[in-house]
Design a protein around this ligand. Structure first.
Ligand code: ARG
Length: 231
């Protein structure tokens, strides 16, 4: 992409937001995860090297970061929505996702029905935030937006918020390490993750889709799925 953040053709600049296990997070100073492995495959295919640009999720999901040329591609567990398809170039789906309700251990909240008067943490710009806003009136809770999933986990542990709604797979893995949190309800939203490119970058979009097709066909995708998600 000619208008990318790094004008260097040997670099694939990838916008992401961490932590979002198992899709993107840092380990020993490196960005790793399901999305990162797929981005490395794309870079290999293009004879490029990945350079990660960490940025707010909000600026990724709005299309702002990509369309300002901050990066060539966004890999952020980004759910495909009509709005996002209009703002950016979105690839084919590579992961099926849902939302989940998480609370501190010992909370009286067991389902969405128990959220009256509760402060519910969401990530800014996420589909979890949209879901929470759409249903706030019905369940009588207050939505509080945070910059990152790490901030949400901290707020829940500290008790400054009473619950959170965010992506199921991420919560399932996060509660294993962020102690004191319980996943109480799965909220089926049937989302699909896709990678996003600058609106008119059909060239890179074709490459991402071709990379995914090849990975689906040759078993690489299945291997990565097993590695990062399990069965
Ligand atoms: N799948 C959700 C969305 O697209 C949340 C993704 C959050 N990703 C992240 N890297 N924090 O809105």
């Amino acid at each position: 992409a000619c208008s990318s953040g790094s004008d260097d053709d040997s670099t694939l600049t990838v916008c992401t937001n961490v932590p979002f296990v198992p899709f993107e997070y840092q380990e020993d100073g490196e960005y790793v995860g399901f999305d990162m492995d797929l981005m490395n495959m794309l870079a290999d295919r293009l004879d490029q090297t990945v350079e990660v640009v960490e940025i707010s999720f909000d600026s990724i999901s709005s299309g702002e970061a990509l369309n300002a040329g901050t990066c060539d591609i966004a890999a952020a567990g980004l759910s495909i929505t009509e709005e996002r398809q209009a703002a950016m170039g979105m690839s084919q789906a590579y992961y099926r996702a849902d939302q989940a309700l998480v609370v501190p251990d010992g909370s009286a909240v067991a389902t969405l029905d128990d959220l009256s008067g509760v402060q519910v943490a969401v990530q800014s710009g996420s589909t979890g935030e949209a879901y929470a806003n759409d249903n706030a009136e019905q369940y009588g809770y207050e939505v509080v937006a945070f910059e990152s999933m790490g901030d949400i986990a901290s707020a829940l542990s500290a008790g400054t918020v009473g619950a959170s709604i965010a992506d199921l797979a991420t919560w399932q893995q996060m509660i294993e390490t962020a102690s004191g949190l319980t996943l109480v309800q799965t909220i089926e939203t049937a989302e699909h993750y896709g990678f996003a490119v600058q609106k008119d970058d059909t060239e890179l979009l074709d490459e991402v889709n071709a990379m995914l097709d090849a990975a689906f066909e040759d078993g690489t995708y299945a291997e990565l799925y097993e590695k990062w998600i399990g069965e």
